[in-house]
Design a protein around this ligand. Structure first.
Ligand SMILES: [Zn+2]
Length: 274
């Protein structure tokens, strides 16, 4: 009921405040109440909190590998996303099969994911998916629907100011690092599909083989594990996700072919023994 009320109120606000609405890359209407500067600040605060709490991976070969894949994907992003400088951290946590991207250009990859993503193309699939949530402004949409009240806005301002209040974990969860701070708040099904479609394009533009994305999600489903990763949220089901990817594959393969032709052929060496 609460959820429905939020959707209705988001719709009404969209109706009366046309400026607060924006169209997502695949043409959905989204409520966007916050500026990109505010989002970047929230991303930065969240990123710092995580970097304080989780140890960084020190192995240079592992860092080189992850940076090689992320750099290749981010260097080929279209539009304004391509102008963002993305900061990458590899977190040393083998039991966390996870990754995230935050507004403001922050990417976190857990060592647990590197075991499940069997090659550079599969890692690129995750990176593309996570970046797509940010470029499609899903964090802004989620915060906007949740925080249309005065109290909510005060909470966000406190967070932006670096004062960790009671609601800071929820804000981080809405930004996209929910399972990692202990609040499972999955992206919606339409947001997930959008991230899958855009993510597939992003990896293909960088010269990674988009077909590997399907193997990746299958590996993910098999890996199970304790905490469900962001992309293994309850929806969409593995089946419908693979269907979405397969439907988009012809376009992605064309982008992939063009990238190879333009000599975008990433060669990121996955360290032995991961
Ligand atoms: Zn996702």
């Amino acid at each position: 009921m609460k959820h429905r009320l939020l959707i209705v109120s988001a719709f009404l606000i969209c109706l009366f405040l046309v400026a607060a609405c924006a169209t997502s890359p695949t043409g959905r209407n989204q409520l966007q109440l916050f500026s990109s500067g505010e989002l970047a600040r929230m991303g930065q605060v969240s990123y710092r909190k995580m970097a304080q709490e989780i140890p960084e991976e020190k192995n240079q070969a592992v860092n080189r590998y992850v940076n090689c894949v992320v750099d290749a994907v981010t260097a080929s992003l279209p539009g304004s996303a391509g102008r963002t400088e993305w900061k990458v951290t590899v977190f040393d946590k083998d039991d966390e099969v996870n990754a995230f991207a935050l507004p403001g250009g922050y990417i976190g990859i857990y060592t647990g994911l590197l075991k499940v993503a069997e090659n550079q193309d599969q890692l690129a699939a995750v990176v593309g998916h996570e970046i797509a949530h940010v470029t499609a402004k899903h964090p802004n949409a989620r915060l906007s629907t949740q925080y249309t009240t005065q109290a909510g806005l005060q909470l966000i301002n406190a967070f932006i100011g670096g004062q960790a209040g009671g609601g800071s974990k929820e804000i981080m969860a809405l930004l996209g690092v929910g399972s990692q701070v202990g609040i499972l708040l999955p992206f919606s099904r339409s947001q997930e599909s959008e991230a899958d479609i855009l993510g597939l394009d992003y990896m293909a533009r960088a010269g990674f083989d988009p077909r590997e994305s399907i193997d990746l999600w299958q590996n993910m489903a098999r890996s199970g594990g304790g905490k469900p990763p962001e992309f293994l949220s309850t929806h969409p089901s593995e089946h419908s996700r693979i269907q979405t990817l397969q439907n988009r594959m012809p376009e992605a393969m064309e982008l992939y072919r063009q990238s190879r032709q333009q000599n975008r052929i990433p060669q990121c060496r996955r360290p032995a023994g991961l």
